[in-house]
Write a protein that binds this ligand. Structure first.
Ligand code: UDX
Length: 444
């Protein structure tokens, strides 16, 4: 990939959630390696640790979130509030940078920090948005929601879009009557339509038909630059402490025998679900590495509500940690399956290592990603419910039964295709070269 000749300054605006901060920092790192200097503006919530990234300048802006907003687990409400409370401080921060004679070549913002685009327009700055989820979500939230039923059905005629069951997903979204969601849809759509480019942490071949549909809706180029974690593997962005002890445990397990279980950084379960998962894992007889985030089990600190007899029944066959070095875990030879909530980062990370998936989505785009995994790419199975017998059977189907063979083969095929995106002539390398030229010409 080409290196930027003239040193230019980029300002990146972060949405303060793990699954959004990581790809934004990865993008920052790649652009920095191409000669751009980087300022990262972030709300106070979940502030990144500047000492992990001495090459960037960090500016914190007050988010004025109240205790009740912070304790509200409704992500939609938090996104809405952040866009309200951060808009003025973000504008002031950018004006300050511009007044100190710092040229800003472009403002790159998380798609869900859409307030940044209006400010970019007002200040005459090129605004570029980073979508950290599948490109297909660009249809679901801002566009398809505005079509009536007949129009909608005619829009999803392609096999890929039909296999995604978008009508079910749309119905799910429409059940959320919050005025916040309605406002987000309108503002996000407007921002996407005004942006100079839409960057997506995805790969062309994963969402081919959906991407061509997305391109019909937005004037800006859609630039797929995934998998970002492969281009910036050294970035340290975890909000939690990784427990490396799980790697030495993995070293003792047979190749492809372990099911790795992680529900990401936000999903939560109740105590009964924890108990069902525990017995399902135990009865499957497969070795397992299970991430239980502190606070993930509602009403519990950590794993104190695990059932009596569970630890004895599992012994050395199970390893439970609070947070794992996930990309390293997925790349480990002992890992043969990934039970995931199907956040987009986890999905991409699993694809890149050829690990087949067991899907239990919780909210938002996780349902869409599950449809891709199970119906379009066919590299995983959906777990229909969190009942111990069902968990045991589905783990065996994926890890042991003949059915798993085809799934594993397809997962390995996707891994190869993903690796090909990164070679010199691959789609991601070309996209990055296009992106840097785009930024340079917009700011010239
Ligand atoms: C959130 C939403 O839940 C998801 O639907 C959306 O696509 C992105 O934002 P999150 O729950 O954080 O995502 O999941 P995901 O996107 O998969 O990101 C989790 C990140 O945390 C991954 O990069 C993963 O590698 C990392 N992780 C997770 C760890 O490093 N260790 C762990 O133990 C678990």
């Amino acid at each position: 990939m080409e290196k930027q000749q003239k040193s230019s300054h980029l300002v990146l605006v972060m949405l303060p959630f793990q699954g959004h901060m990581t790809p934004m920092l990865q993008l920052a790192s790649i652009l920095h390696s191409k000669g751009f200097s980087i300022t990262i503006v972030h709300p106070e919530l979940n502030s990144p640790n500047p000492s992990n990234h001495p090459e960037f300048t960090f500016v914190s802006i007050p988010d004025k979130l109240t205790e009740s907003q912070l304790s509200d687990k409704n992500v939609t409400g938090l996104v809405w509030s952040l866009n309200k409370t951060c808009a003025v401080p973000l504008r002031q921060c950018l004006e300050k940078i511009l007044h100190s004679h710092h040229h800003i070549a472009a403002l790159i913002y998380d798609t869900q920090m859409y307030c940044a685009q209006t400010i970019a327009d007002d200040l005459g700055l090129p605004g570029i948005t980073l979508r950290t989820s599948a490109a297909t979500t660009l249809l679901l939230y801002p566009v398809f929601s505005q079509l009536d039923e007949e129009d909608f059905m005619s829009e999803i005629k392609s096999p890929e879009l039909q296999a995604l069951h978008l009508q079910r997903l749309r119905a799910l979204l429409s059940q959320n009557p919050a005025k916040e969601m309605m406002e987000i849809r309108v503002e996000l759509t407007n921002a996407l339509k005004s942006s100079l480019a839409i960057i997506v942490n995805s790969m062309e071949f994963l969402e081919l038909e959906a991407l061509s549909k997305v391109k019909q809706y937005f004037p800006a180029p859609i630039i797929t630059i995934g998998p970002l974690h492969k281009l910036a593997p050294a970035i340290c962005s975890s909000l939690f402490t990784e427990e490396d002890k799980c790697i030495s445990w993995l070293n003792k397990q047979a190749p492809k025998s372990v099911i790795y279980v992680s529900l990401g950084s936000m999903a939560s379960i109740d105590r009964q679900e924890l108990i069902e998962i525990a017995w399902g894992l135990s009865n499957s007889k497969q070795p397992f590495l299970w991430v239980v985030r502190p606070g993930m089990v509602r009403g519990s600190e950590w794993i104190e509500s695990l059932p009596n007899g569970f630890e004895e029944s599992v012994g050395e066959r199970g390893c439970i940690v609070k947070w794992a070095p996930q990309t390293e875990v997925l790349a480990h030879a002992a890992v043969g399956g990934f039970w995931s909530h199907c956040g987009w980062n986890s999905t991409i990370e699993s694809i890149c290592e050829g690990v087949p998936m067991l899907c239990k989505p919780f909210f938002g785009d996780q349902h869409l990603n599950t449809s891709y995994i199970c119906n379009v790419w066919k590299i995983g199975l959906e777990l229909q419910n969190l009942e111990r017998g069902n968990i045991e059977r589905t783990i065996k189907r994926l890890m042991v039964d003949m059915e798993g063979n085809d799934i594993r083969k397809r997962a390995m095929d996707l891994k190869e295709k993903a690796a090909f995106c990164l070679v010199e002539e691959g789609s991601t390398s070309c996209s990055f070269n296009g992106l840097t030229k785009h930024i340079s010409s917009a700011s010239a």
